[in-house]
Design a protein around this ligand. Structure first.
Ligand code: ZN
Length: 80
């Protein structure tokens, strides 16, 4: 399997956090996150953000919110 790059990790991040992920893919994600500080940081803050949102609203973040978070993360990534 091809190595994941940062964009792939970002793309699969929601599934990863939700635990809805192919185990092979999850392994690749874990590998990347161990090596890549940027994605690790983003994952941490992403997870925290989602958990905060869920707690605050007591519902799943809706699609628009997820897109907004992704845009934020993308602009974060492109600075790298
Ligand atoms: Zn990365």
């Amino acid at each position: 399997m091809a190595k994941l790059n940062c964009n792939d990790v970002l793309q699969y991040m929601d599934d990863y956090i939700d635990g809805e992920m192919d185990s092979e893919l999850k392994k690749e994600m874990d590998l990347h996150l161990q090596k890549c500080d940027i994605c690790h940081q983003i994952m941490m803050s992403h997870e925290k953000t989602i958990n905060l949102l869920k707690k605050a609203m007591e519902i799943e973040p809706d699609q628009k919110m997820m897109i907004r978070i992704k845009n934020y993360l993308n602009s974060h990534l492109s600075k790298h």
